[in-house]
Every structure is written in C-alpha cells, then in structure tokens.
Design a binder for this molecule. Structure first.
Ligand code: NAP
Ligand code: GDD
Length: 385
C-alpha cells in the first residue's frame, strides 16, 4: 500500500517542495492549510487534483496548529505513516510583535501533534519530523554548531522552537515515539517568503535592474548565515524519517556568509559590481560598474542604458533602515552537518552561487511580467520571445 504523510505548513516554502518530493515517491500526501481571505495555495497549485479523481495523492484539510481538536481529527482521519510538522509563524522579527501567538503555534502546536499521536494509539505507526532550527543556537556558544552545542535562543520564535525541540525529545524518550528533530540552518529558494532577507534582496535586485525600484532598505548587513537551498533540505527531512532509530540532526552547508556579501554576489550575477561605504546607519551600497554583456544576457539590452545612467547620476541603491533591526540579533550561524552526512548520506547539491542564480533568475522573470503589465504590453520590450 502507498505510504501516507501529513504535512503541516504545506502552503509554505518547505511544505510545497516536500509535498512534490513525496508525491513523486508514490506517497499519498495530506496537508493542513489555513483558511484565509485570499488564496494561499500558490506554491502547491501545480500539485492540485480534482476532488473527483478516484485516487488522489494530495488531500488538503482546513486546519490550524492552535486548534487541538482539529489537529487530532485530521491525524485520525488521515492515519499518516509520517508527519512533517513544518507549520509555524516562521518570521523571527515578527515573533517580537506577536510572541504569544508564536508560542502557541510554534511551541504548543508541536505538543498538540505529539499528544494526538499518543492518544490515538498511533505511536507504533506514525513517525514525526519536527522542524527545528539553527535559531536555537542564537547567541552562539560554539563555532561551528553541532548537535551537541548548547542552545541560547534570542527571539520569541526561537524560544517557542526550543520548547518544540525538547518536547519532541521528551516524547521520544518517555513513550518511544519515532520523533526526530531536524536542526535546519537557513534555506532559501525562488519560492521563499518575500520578507526573508534572501528573497527581499533578489526581488529588489530584479526591480532595480528593471527600473521599477530605486532603493533597497536593509537591516543588519553584518549578520552571517549558513545559507542552503530548500530543495536540498527537504530531502534531509525525508531521510531522517527513514532511519530505524529516531534522532536529531544538524542540516547545514558549512559555509557562513555576510548579508552584505549575499547582496554583492547577487548583483555580480547580473554583471553589476557594487561596493559598500560608511558605517552603521550611514552605510550605503553603491553601484560601481557594469559588465555590459553579462547585464544584457541576464537582464536584457533594453535596460542597459537606464542602468548606466543610474550609475552615473545616482549610484546609491542600498540604505540602512533601523526598522529592520531586531531587539536581540543572531549575529553568526555556521553549521557542522557531519553527523547527517555520515548517517543519512545527505549532502547539498547547491552552493550559494547556485542558490543565488536560481533565485535571481526566477525573480527576474516574475518582475519582468510585472513590468510588462505596468508598461502596457509588447510596445517597447520583447520579454517573452
Ligand atoms: P514558511 O514558508 O513561513 O511556511 C510556514 C507554513 O506554516 C505556512 O504553510 C503557513 O501557512 C503555516 N502556518 C503558519 N501558522 C500556522 C498555524 N497557526 N497553523 C497551521 N499552519 C500554520 O516557512 P518555511 O521556510 O517553509 O519553514 C518550514 C518550517 O521550518 C517552519 O516551521 C520554520 O520555522 C522551520 N525552519 C525554517 C528554516 C528556513 O530557513 N526556511 C530553517 C529552520 C527551520 P500560511 O501559508 O497560511 O501562512
Ligand atoms: N528579514 C530581513 N529583512 N532580514 C534582514 C534584513 C531585512 O531587511 N536586513 C538584514 N537582515 C538580517 C536579519 O537581521 C538576520 O540577521 C538575517 O538577515 C537573516 O534574516 P531572515 O532572512 O529574516 O532569516 P532568519 O535567520 O532571521 O530566520 C530564518 O532562518 C531561521 C533558521 O536559522 C527563518 O526562516 C526562520 O524560520 C528559521 O528558523
């Protein structure tokens, strides 16, 4: 019989990639989606199947991690072999604005799932993956961070995730549940939420190159992250649940990069050389030179004269706005995923340049479509030849 999985957070970045991955492996995938006033299934619409299809491999249930009865009913009805608990209020900065909601969803939400599996008598049937995070390391106690490094969370989000981490370990030890934590470092993709730093940069880059935006306002340019591609990271989630023994694993690339450097590399991909000047709130990012051939290849010849004029007259395109600062920051993350590489046989296919290329290429296409609509069609630019 086909295996079945339940994914909370299926409408999010990781949920969408994981659902596609599991369906390709022959799974029947159940997903929890929240009711919202606008459609929120963009990322999984390509996987949608008509409800009248006899054997559907993607079934969506309305639900919310803050609702115990709903979570329990969905687990009972879907009888999953595997649960991937990816649902969360996942934005660190926003968690300072809605700390109680974040604790309820990202902390107690996990307990609701574990307890439902226990009370429904599904301990020997259902394996559970908990989406833990490198944010747990916060004010890092060791470099690089491994499964043994002490945690020091620095946001309501990370504190809620700390509860989830330990309650997962506790249910494993107390009741023998096959429950595991993936301690995943930052992972991004073309379908990353637009307010996370990587996507904010690649989206703004495309808009600036097309003349649709002047300035990219940023927060802390000096923080460093270990960035990977979500497509690689969802494979690790799957591998963790295929092990005979439940356990906890760090998933990371092992390379840490400054936000400033991410911006520089992203602009280099379209042939724009940039530099940063000044300090703290006065720091600016400035366009210095353009590789015309590369710019024409990646952006289009039609925009070359505009960017050259921009560079001559107004080369500043990055400014710092303290509104994006966090009350307590996580300055530096660097993961050591040796255990996952050895036991799971996992390793990432994408490096940072590959990730940036994927994201910038995708945002360039999206923003060209927006630009095209704004400009009133094919009159001036032949984007879709
Ligand atoms: P994401 O794109 O923000 O997706 C979060 C998902 O959770 C969305 O489907 C969202 O639904 C859903 N959700 C939010 N609140 C919910 C609630 N109360 N009840 C049910 N579902 C809810 O996040 P992601 O990047 O895919 O990350 C997936 C998981 O991994 C999260 O738990 C995140 O904290 C964790 N994580 C992420 C990273 C990373 O770098 N991406 C690293 C480590 C850990 P809507 O679409 O309706 O908003
Ligand atoms: N979002 C954002 N916007 N971040 C900025 C900005 C900005 O304008 N400017 C600088 N940053 C800095 C943040 O202060 C942080 O140090 C870094 O860029 C990364 O921010 P995010 O992309 O928002 O991610 P995050 O590291 O806080 O959290 C993400 O990764 C965690 C894993 O470490 C989220 O996906 C979490 O859910 C995940 O657990």
């Amino acid at each position: 019989m086909a295996r079945s999985a339940l994914i909370t957070g299926i409408t999010g970045q990781d949920g969408a990639y994981l659902a596609e991955f599991l369906i390709k492996k022959g799974y029947t995938v159940h997903g929890i989606k929240r009711r919202s006033s606008l459609l929120n299934t963009d990322r999984i619409d390509h996987l949608y199947q008509d409800p009248h299809v006899e054997k559907r491999n993607l079934i969506l249930h309305y639900g919310d991690l803050s609702d115990s009865m709903n979570v329990t009913r969905i687990i009972q009805e879907s009888q999953p072999d595997e649960i991937y608990n990816l649902g969360a209020m996942s934005h660190v900065k926003v968690s300072f604005d809605i700390p109680e909601y974040t604790a309820n969803t990202d902390g107690i939400g996990t307990l609701r799932i574990l307890e439902a599996v226990r009370l429904l008598g599904m301990i020997s049937k259902t394996r559970i993956y908990q989406a833990s995070t490198s944010e747990l390391y916060g004010l890092v106690q060791e470099i690089p961070q491994t499964e043994k490094t002490s945690f020091y969370p620095r946001s309501p989000y990370a504190v809620a995730k700390l509860y989830s981490y330990w309650i997962t370990v506790n249910y494993r030890e107390a009741y023998g549940l096959h429950a595991s934590n993936g301690i995943l470092f930052n992972h991004e993709s073309p379908i990353r939420g637009e307010t996370f730093v990587s996507r904010k940069i690649t989206r703004a880059l495309a808009r600036i190159a097309l003349g649709m935006q002047d300035i990219l306002y940023m927060g802390n340019l000096s923080s460093r992250r270990d960035w990977g591609h979500a497509k690689d990271y969802i494979k690790a989630m799957y591998l963790i649940l295929q092990q005979d023994k439940p356990d906890d694993y760090v998933i990371a690339t092992g390379i840490s990069t400054e936000v400033r450097e991410f911006i520089r590399n992203a602009f280099a991909f379209i042939g724009v050389d940039i530099a940063f000047f000044g300090e703290n709130l006065e720091e600016t990012g400035v366009m210095k030179a353009v590789d015309e051939n590369l710019f024409c290849e990646k952006v289009g010849e039609a925009h070359l004269s505009d960017i050259k004029n921009r560079m001559k007259n107004n080369p500043v395109f990055v400014k710092v706005d303290p509104v994006y600062f966090r009350p307590t920051e996580v300055d530096f993350l660097l993961g050591d995923s040796s255990k996952a590489r050895k036991i799971l046989g996992w390793s990432p296919e994408y490096d940072l340049d590959g990730l940036i290329a994927d994201m910038v290429t995708s945002d360039m296409i999206l923003m060209k479509k927006e630009h095209y609509i704004k400009e009133g069609g094919y009159k001036t630019l032949n984007y879709f030849e």
